[in-house]
Write a protein that binds this ligand. Structure first.
Ligand SMILES: C[C@H](O)CC(=O)C(=O)O
Ligand SMILES: [Mn+2]
Length: 339
């Protein structure tokens, strides 16, 4: 069966921000944008890892201003559209208007998977601005496929043109992904997309399952640069898509070379599956908690896997990074009592 070319939304300069503590310089952003653009991806997303307005004490300050990040990406993307992420409450309508004025053409309005109602105002505004408007349902592993669909329908009714299943914790199995994507495809009249994290080593496999179910868009990054064990790696997904015959616009060698020659040497901490990022997927914790838990573990002398397991039991969602310190302190106290 013939199908339209799949749209690649690159997140190296947005999700990848988490992995580098939001410290890309404008020179790095320019270099990466050129390479990503030349590789043929359709959309390049660039902001703080937590989206517009994310640079803060809570989430970590960016090296560069939002304006510099977006304008540098726009100036260096010759073919790809530039996108931004916005979490209502972290980013405001004013942030969105500014990003649009700086040249952003795509916006993904992101909410926790059970809280789509907070996206209404922002989706409507983005659509009014004429932006490519996308609903982004984070932590999709934390609710049932049926409930996720109900939330997606809300985003559809507000005017989103594409809606994503977002596996923020890298915790979805292939069957979990298939159920969510097939329900979306059967019941929404929007385009649908998938954003994966590789914590359980299922980034490529889940994205392929999403494509088998008819995903119109997929998220990837060079060498998987992203939170936790990273996102689905562009070059790996392209290789598999070529093998199974799913059409797209991305050049395999270009993506491979950019990943190997430029992206990997820029990494501060290798983006990989290790015992800590694996624990994220295993317990279902937000991938961007990785570096926070690692730091707190060192500071309080506790196993960061225990911190992640505890915050998972507490049901922490994005924005509750500050719980990590409290949990580390509690675990440290308990350890003292038991020696
Ligand atoms: C704000 C998050 O990093 C968005 C995202 O990429 C995810 O939930 O995954
Ligand atoms: Mn992500």
């Amino acid at each position: 069966m013939s199908r339209a070319k799949v749209i690649f939304n690159d997140v190296t300069l947005r999700d990848g921000m988490h992995a580098i503590r939001h410290q890309y310089s404008t020179e790095q952003i320019a270099e990466l944008t050129k390479l990503i653009d030349e590789s043929g991806v359709d959309i390049i997303e660039a902001t703080h890892g937590d989206g517009l307005g994310g640079s803060s004490l809570q989430y970590g300050f960016s090296k560069e201003t939002e304006e510099a990040i977006i304008k540098t990406t726009v100036a260096n993307a010759k073919n790809a559209k530039v996108g931004v992420l916005l979490l209502p409450g972290v980013g405001t309508i004013e942030h969105l208007e500014r990003a649009h004025n700086w040249g952003a053409q795509v916006v993904r309005i992101a909410t926790h998977c059970t809280e789509a109602d907070v996206s209404e105002q922002h989706i409507k505004k983005a659509a009014d601005l004429g932006m490519d408007t996308v609903g982004f349902l984070m932590m999709s592993s934390r609710t049932t496929p049926e409930n996720l669909l109900e939330e997606a329908k809300k985003m559809e009714s507000y005017g989103a043109g594409t809606i994503y299943v977002v596996d923020s914790a890298g915790a979805l199995t292939m069957d979990d992904t298939r159920k969510r994507m097939s329900l979306f495809k059967e019941n929404l009249s929007t385009n649908v997309g998938f954003h994966g994290h590789n914590n359980l080593s299922l980034g490529v496999a889940n994205t392929i399952v999403a494509l088998e179910e008819g995903a119109d868009r997929v998220d990837t990054s060079l060498a998987g640069m992203g939170a936790g064990a990273g996102n689905t790696a562009t070059e790996q997904l392209v290789a598999v898509m070529d093998r199974v015959g799913i059409p797209h616009n991305v050049g395999l060698y270009k993506a491979m070379d950019a990943a190997e020659n430029v992206m990997k040497p820029m990494m501060e901490r290798p983006v990989q599956i290790d015992r800590l990022s694996l624990t994220l997927g295993y317990t279902g914790v937000y991938s961007s908690f990785l570096l926070f838990a690692e730091r707190a573990g060192k500071e309080y002398g506790v196993d960061p896997r225990d911190i992640l397991t505890k915050v998972a039991e507490m049901g922490a969602v994005g924005g509750q990074e500050d719980w990590i310190i409290g949990v580390a302190q509690e675990l440290a106290k308990e350890q003292k009592v038991h020696v």
